[in-house]
Design a protein around this ligand. Structure first.
Ligand SMILES: Cc1cc2nc3c(=O)[nH]c(=O)nc-3n(C[C@H](O)[C@H](O)[C@H](O)COP(=O)(O)OP(=O)(O)OC[C@H]3O[C@@H](n4cnc5c(N)ncnc54)[C@H](O)[C@@H]3O)c2cc1C
Ligand code: HEM
Length: 403
């Protein structure tokens, strides 16, 4: 337990650290990677370079510190982060390393303003916060389907659209696969020729659980004006059937509640459809009487992945309604219900808007913002809204989608 004086020091200094957030986190990562270059095998370099992830870790420490006398209130948030840590292979021995460098960075940036009393208080508070994470992650490691990263064989590679390709993955040891919750993801650790470090990325499992293989469906992140995405481009261009990928066990707190019988609305934009297709397939097979509305937004028919798979499931059921929205349909595109973007008025027309319907969604930032705002304006209770974002949570916080 922290002493009252320590709690007071922490609470009074949180705003100061937040003001210097950027300077502290930049210095923190600089020192961390200089002294522990092996950690470059875990952290996402693109996020680092774009400054996206820079603030997330330190900001979460400050947010936890602001709640230091009622840490139980942030447990749900800690669990979400802990899922990602577990899937990346963050271990208890990493915590003191992060803590030490965060404190050194605070001292460096604040100079004399960081008195011994302040540094000592932060060291104690960080220890308490780290213990909460370590405890939750320990349980997650114990319950994970397997330890660390395990080799999987790419048994099939299937083109799903002009930008999305699926990879079917069977464990090399042929052991049965643990069941996952529809909506969860795996981390893939790639050793790419010519690269000094390994690169880890998350991919949602896009099939229903309970099969002999896992399936991930990956969008190739490349364009004329952007740098090629490291892992997705390698998966598309270089990984072949028969190759080995290393996966950590399924993780994530965005999953369908299959104990509920409530009407479920599944909404996706672009490659964000992967967890929603897993949910659709699971409900269709395990809860065939449950009402589903499946809405998917794509740029056009060429980029629309898994369309036939979704339609086949919907056609076999009286309880599934589908709506496809194309931003700019091509000549010859058919079977879509709306052109342009999803908006509140259209959602109001087509959604059940029953008080007890559950809403799940995933997609790019503008999509997330539009859906979240529309659901709020339509008075959908917060507890019925569930979402995943394929980037750092801090990007959503900036858009006020996540508080
Ligand atoms: C929970 C979760 C589930 C996910 N599920 C899926 C899924 O099912 N399918 C899927 O396709 N993706 C999914 N993702 C996204 C996936 O993890 C990767 O982020 C995605 O594949 C891009 O990785 P990459 O290595 O190809 O690109 P990166 O190399 O990470 O680059 C990402 C972007 O940053 C840009 N960039 C790179 N370097 C720089 C730089 N120096 N300066 C500026 N910009 C730069 C690139 O142009 C690219 O657009 C998921 C993510 C999460 C968190
Ligand atoms: C109490 C200490 C810590 C806190 C509060 C914390 C917080 C966070 C947060 C908020 C995220 C972003 C999650 C998301 O976007 O979904 C994150 C991601 C991450 N954390 Fe931690 N973290 C802590 C300790 C650690 C440690 C000890 C390590 C290992 C060295 C670590 C490694 C990572 C990595 C690799 C990511 C993903 C970042 C990326 O790929 O860009 N964290 N953490």
């Amino acid at each position: 337990m922290l002493q009252q004086r320590t709690i007071e020091v922490i609470k009074s200094t949180v705003p100061v650290l937040q003001v210097h957030g950027e300077a502290i986190t930049s210095r923190f990562y600089e020192m961390l990677f200089q002294k522990h270059p092996e950690l470059l095998n875990i952290f996402n370099h693109a996020n680092q370079k774009k400054g996206r992830q820079q603030a997330a870790l330190a900001n979460a420490v400050y947010a936890a510190a602001a709640n230091i006398d009622k840490l139980e209130s942030i447990i749900p948030v800690v669990k979400g982060i802990a899922h990602k840590h577990r899937s990346l292979g963050v271990k208890p021995e990493h915590y003191p390393v992060v803590g030490e460098n965060l404190l050194l960075a605070i001292k460096d940036v604040l100079g004399d303003a960081a008195t011994d009393e302040i540094i000592k208080a932060w060291a104690e508070a960080y220890g308490v916060i780290a213990d909460v994470f370590i405890g939750i992650e320990r349980t997650m490691y114990e319950n994970a389907g397997w330890e660390d990263f395990k080799p999987f064989v790419v048994t099939r590679k299937v083109i799903e659209s002009s930008v999305i390709t699926s990879f079917y993955l069977e464990p090399q040891d042929k052991m049965p696969l643990p069941k996952y919750k529809p909506g969860q993801y795996v981390s893939v650790k790639m050793d790419i020729e010519g690269q000094e470090n390994t690169h880890i990325r998350q991919y949602s499992l896009s099939d229903a659980p309970g099969k002999r293989s896992y399936r991930i469906s990956v969008k190739k992140e490349s364009g004329r004006d952007t740098l090629d995405g490291m892992v997705s481009v390698y998966l598309h261009d270089s990984v072949k059937e028969g190759d080995i990928l290393h996966l950590s066990a399924p993780a994530g707190d965005f999953y369908l509640n299959t104990d509920s019988e409530k009407h479920v609305v599944l909404m996706s934009g672009g490659v964000g459809l992967t967890p929603l297709v897993s949910m659709l397939k699971t409900v269709a097979s395990e809860q065939p009487e449950r009402e589903i509305t499946f809405i998917h937004a794509a740029i056009n028919g060429q980029t629309h992945a898994l369309k036939n798979e979704v339609l086949e499931i919907a056609e076999a059921s009286d309880h599934i309604t589908t709506h496809f929205v194309y931003e700019s349909p091509l000549d010859g595109d058919h079977g879509y219900s709306k052109t342009g973007y999803i908006d509140q008025a259209w959602l109001k027309d087509i959604l059940p808007l029953k008080d007890d319907a559950e809403y799940y969604f995933c997609g790019p930032i503008p999509f997330m913002k539009a859906i979240y705002t529309a659901l709020q304006e339509l008075n959908v209770p917060k507890e019925n809204i569930h979402f995943e974002f394929f980037g750092p949570a801090s990007d959503l916080e900036k858009e006020r989608i996540k508080s």
